[in-house]
Design a protein around this ligand. Structure first.
Ligand code: SF4
Ligand code: SF4
Length: 378
């Protein structure tokens, strides 16, 4: 992840990832990042521009940064992505991003009224205006929907909105933060998050040809393939790094700007071993060991891996004292998918061995196997 700035023009009420007056990354730092990665990595790389709001870096930045990264790291076949609220997307910027096939994840929390009540007055219209510019230039846009303790009560209306708009949804639970600001009153409780995931699983099964809920697809894939397919459910250490505006390297974008978690700087071209020896490197390694112990009896350990290490250390202000507090939600949805899948397979076996013809199965709603097929063919 490249974080060109932590600045952001929006004022979302639950946000912890922006910082007023944050500097903007220089092109020199992009150049240094390319040089660092050349000696660091030999597997294909995805570079996601994150923030703050990455478009604040402006058209000149991307006009120079994208060819530098694409050409300098050609042998790593770099793919690009961006997470942006789209407010600053001009036709000029859209043109540059389209040349490099940069898909964009933007954020909308539901219909205008619900969205603006937690992201601020005028947010919805600004983002939708940027969305029109993106579409006019052929950019692929998906939508992150943050569910808070308030908006989760409107989950039917929010799902209906996404369905009507035909927007692919990726949901984020509002989460507590290590920073001083206090988004806790907005944070989604693990029980509510678990209920929400089951609710969205049911909607996905009811509307098999409807919008994709990316989290549901990822969770089903985890159970089928028995390995984590997104960072939350994988050992993210060593596969994900974030470079902040000044070239500091962090374990992920959620730590950017917190000096105590800086693992090194691209200017010094640290090796993987040197990053592992930093405070954050050791912390993540200890988390892995902790998970092996704490989750050893959990049937989902192989593809959950204790959830997100950042979430895990928030309640204890940076110490490892437990696993991701969303464990209850993960366990609930993984149990649900596994149980339903087992029932489906059991039903199929009974039919195979000449069991009673099932009038119910003829009428049954599509199940997890049908959903997995749909995910594969999407
Ligand atoms: S710390 Fe959490 S959010 Fe960051 S890469 Fe790891 S799992 Fe993902
Ligand atoms: S569901 Fe909970 S107990 Fe199981 S691996 Fe994930 S965090 Fe650990």
């Amino acid at each position: 992840m490249l974080v060109p700035t932590l600045g952001c023009p929006a004022r979302c009420r639950y946000c912890w990832s922006s910082e007023e007056g944050s500097p903007v990354m220089s092109i020199d730092t992009v150049r240094e990042t390319v040089e660092w990665l050349k000696g660091f990595q030999d597997r294909p790389v995805t570079i996601t521009f994150h923030g703050g709001e990455p478009l604040l870096a402006g058209a000149d930045f991307y006009r120079q940064a994208l060819p530098l990264l694409a050409d300098g790291l050609r042998y790593l076949t770099p793919a690009f992505a961006m997470q942006s609220n789209l407010w600053k997307l001009t036709p000029e910027l859209a043109q540059i991003l389209a040349e490099y096939h940069v898909p964009i994840g933007t954020s909308i929390d539901g219909p205008r009224e619900i969205n603006d009540s937690q992201r601020g007055e005028g947010y919805f219209d600004r983002t939708m205006k940027g969305y029109d510019v993106a579409r006019a230039h052929g950019l692929r846009v998906s939508f992150i929907c943050t569910f808070t303790s308030r908006s989760v009560k409107e989950r039917d209306a929010i799902y209906r909105f996404f369905q009507e708009q035909g927007f692919t949804m990726k949901l984020h639970p509002a989460l507590p933060s290590l920073r001083d600001r206090n988004p806790d009153p907005w944070a989604l409780d693990p029980e509510e998050y678990g209920d929400l995931l089951v609710f969205l699983l049911d909607r996905s099964l009811e509307h098999l040809d409807g919008i994709e809920i990316m989290n549901v697809s990822d969770l089903v894939k985890c159970v089928f393939t028995r390995r984590g397919t997104v960072c939350t459910f994988a050992d993210c250490m060593g596969t994900t790094y974030a470079v902040g505006p000044d070239g500091s390297i962090y374990p992920c974008y959620r730590f950017v700007g917190m000096e105590q978690y800086a693992m090194g700087n691209v200017r010094d071209r640290p090796t993987r071993e040197e990053l592992d020896r930093s405070h954050a490197g050791k912390l993540f390694a200890r988390y892995r060991e902790h998970v092996d112990q704490a989750c050893r009896e959990c049937a989902h350990l192989r593809y959950c891996r204790g959830g997100c290490p950042y979430n895990a250390i928030v309640p204890s202000r940076g110490e490892i004292q437990g696993v991701d507090p969303m464990c209850r939600a993960y366990r609930r949805i993984f149990d649900e998918i596994t149980d339903r899948l087992n029932r489906e397979m059991m039903g199929a076996c009974i039919l195979d061995i000449g069991g009673p013809p099932s009038t119910t199965s003829k009428r049954a709603r599509p199940g997890i196997m049908a959903l997995m097929q749909r995910i594969i063919t999407r």
